[in-house]
Structures are given as structure tokens and as C-alpha cells.
Design a protein around this ligand. Structure first.
Ligand code: ADP
Ligand code: MG
Length: 296
């Protein structure tokens, strides 16, 4: 009777917009006590928009945006798309081509544009390249982060040229989903490569405790955060959408990928939330508990 009841549960999952890799997945779903959620593209839409440009002293805002947009044109990252779209809209001309483009996963991008060696990414990236952050920009950075914006630094030819502030919107249903997870007795955790302040702003918007925010985690280290929780005896579900979430999805006791996410993430998950709606994760856990209790 057991396999039959599990199959019924799986079929019901499909109706709820949940794809389950195999019936055995329901068993690990039932045991989960901690749910780790990626921020960008999972809790939020992942469709960033540019909200501000802060040029460094002596620089032109439009030029900072134009060169940053040219490099980001070669990247698929949601931040890159926002910057490129704004740069195009603002300059009204095609962006110049980028040569020697390179992507530092979880940090940013660099390349040569009109003979300038341009760097665009996390402010931390500047230090890695021995580029100093002028005091005026450091202040603009704190102000923007306090407002929950993600700050991207732009540098070329060895000097910081400005900051771009981008913002993302929380998906409809994310707060409801977090409340639903709590109602099931689960602990929600937010995991992101983004900075502490924008991470906390999103956490507070959806109802995740500030002490359950794990920010500034490099893509390669996301799965170690899962392993650490498991070492504390937690049974961990991970929900994510990106290439940078794949290892964490695989490491988790239960990996939930978003149908709206990348193929690599979907491949790594045990269960897919077809429409990318986090409320389906709550349905999945509820369903697994119900299905397995009918078996007993
Ligand atoms: P998340 O974990 O929220 O999905 P990522 O690991 O993809 O975020 O990126 C972490 C951080 O690295 C971003 O918040 C951003 O500051 C920076 N970053 C990554 N890629 C880019 C890019 N193409 N352009 C600018 N910044 C980037
Ligand atoms: Mg993501």
C-alpha cells in the first residue's frame, strides 16, 4: 500500500504546481525542520532595476552607467540586465562592444571598453583589484544599503568611478509562504551572496528573523552553510533558482528548485516549484505530511 499512497501524493503534487522527482522524496520532505531560502530570484523577482547612479568626484553619471552597461551586456546576471537596460535607455545609442570579458561568479564582471579596463561588481571586488574607494562613495554606499539597495561599484583604469544602486522587489506570496513555513513549525533562513543590509531588508519584509540571515556568501560556499546546519542536527530544505544554488540544492536533505530558474538548479533539486511561487513549497511540505500519515 505504501508505494500506492506515495504515487497518489505525487499526482496531487502535479496539480498543485509541484513536480516531484520520485516518490521517495516525500519522506525527506516530511522530516525537514529548517528551510533555507536563496534571496535573489527566489524570495525576490530577480528582476532588478537601477535606482541611482553616484558618480565619483569629477566623473559623469551617464558615462559611469554607459561603460558599466557595456561590460554587463555580456552577463546574464539580473543585476547586469538592470544596468544594461538602464544604460541603453539613458544613452539612446547602442552600447560599445566589450573585449576580454570575464565573469567572476558572485563578485562581478570586467572587460575592456573603448580601451578602458572596466570593472563592475561588488564593492569588495575593488579591494581585490587594489582600487581604493573614495570617502564620498563609501558614504553613498552606506546610505544606499541602509535603504535596502544593492550597491555595485564601477571602476576603470585603476580608479573607482562611481556606484550604481539597484533594487529588486519581493515576489507576491513570499511573505505568505514564510508565514506558512513557520505555521508548520519550520525555521526559515535567508541565504545570499548579497550584502548584509539589503539581505536584512528583504528578510524583514518577508518575516525572516535578522539572526537567520546569512549574507555575503560566495557561490561556492552556499553548500557549506547547508552542511553546517546539518552538522547541528537540522534536517534542511534548500529553495533556490540559480546556478550558484545548485551545490546547495544537492547538499540539502531536500532541494526545491524553481521552475522559473536555471536548468542546472532544476537538475539539482528533488522537487520543482513549477511556477516559481514559494507558496507551493508550503503546499509540498503539507502534502508530504498528509500523504505519509495516511500510510501509517
Ligand atoms: P544571490 O545569492 O543573491 O543570488 P549572487 O551570488 O549571484 O547573488 O551575487 C552576489 C553579489 O555579487 C551580488 O549581490 C552583486 O553584488 C555581485 N555580483 C554578481 N554578479 C554581478 C554582476 N554581473 N554585476 C554586478 N554585480 C554582480
Ligand atoms: Mg538566486
Amino acid at each position: 500500500a505504501t508505494p500506492m499512497a506515495l504515487m497518489v501524493g505525487t499526482g496531487r503534487g502535479a496539480a498543485l504546481g509541484i513536480l516531484i522527482k520520485g516518490p521517495e522524496v516525500l519522506e525527506s520532505t516530511r522530516r525537514v525542520d529548517t528551510v533555507v531560502l536563496d534571496k535573489t530570484g527566489t524570495i525576490t523577482e530577480g528582476r532588478m532595476s537601477l535606482v541611482d547612479v553616484h558618480p565619483a568626484a569629477g566623473e559623469e553619471a551617464d558615462e559611469v552607467l554607459r561603460l558599466a552597461g557595456a561590460v554587463e551586456d555580456a552577463s546574464e546576471h539580473p543585476i547586469a540586465r538592470a544596468i544594461t537596460a538602464a544604460a541603453r535607455a539613458r544613452s539612446g545609442r547602442p552600447l560599445p562592444p566589450v573585449e576580454e570579458f570575464a565573469n567572476d561568479e558572485g563578485l562581478g564582471v570586467h572587460g575592456t571598453v573603448e580601451g578602458h579596463a572596466v570593472l563592475v561588481g561588488r564593492p569588495r571586488l575593488l579591494a581585490d583589484w587594489s582600487v581604493a574607494m573614495p570617502a564620498g562613495l563609501a558614504e553613498a554606499k552606506s546610505d544606499a544599503e541602509a535603504r535596502g539597495h544593492t550597491v555595485v561599484a564601477v571602476a576603470w583604469d585603476g580608479a573607482a568611478r562611481g556606484l550604481l544602486a539597484v533594487a529588486d522587489t519581493v515576489k507576491e506570496g513570499s511573505a505568505e509562504a514564510v508565514a506558512g513555513l513557520r505555521a508548520l513549525g519550520l525555521t526559515p533562513v535567508l541565504l545570499t551572496g548579497d550584502a548584509e543590509q539589503p539581505a536584512r531588508a528583504v528578510a524583514s519584509e518577508v518575516g525572516i528573523d535578522a539572526e537567520r540571515v546569512v549574507a555575503e556568501v560566495m557561490p561556492a560556499d552556499k553548500d557549506e552553510v547547508i552542511a553546517r546546519l546539518q552538522a547541528e542536527g537540522k534536517v534542511v530544505a534548500m529553495i533556490g533558482d540559480g546556478v550558484n544554488d545548485a551545490a546547495a540544492l544537492a547538499r540539502a536533505d531536500l532541494g526545491l528548485s524553481l521552475g522559473t530558474g536555471t536548468d542546472v538548479a532544476i537538475e539539482a533539486g528533488d522537487l520543482t516549484l513549477v511556477r516559481g511561487d514559494l507558496r507551493a513549497a508550503v503546499d509540498a511540505i503539507r502534502l508530504s505530511r498528509r500523504t505519509l500519515s495516511t500510510i501509517k
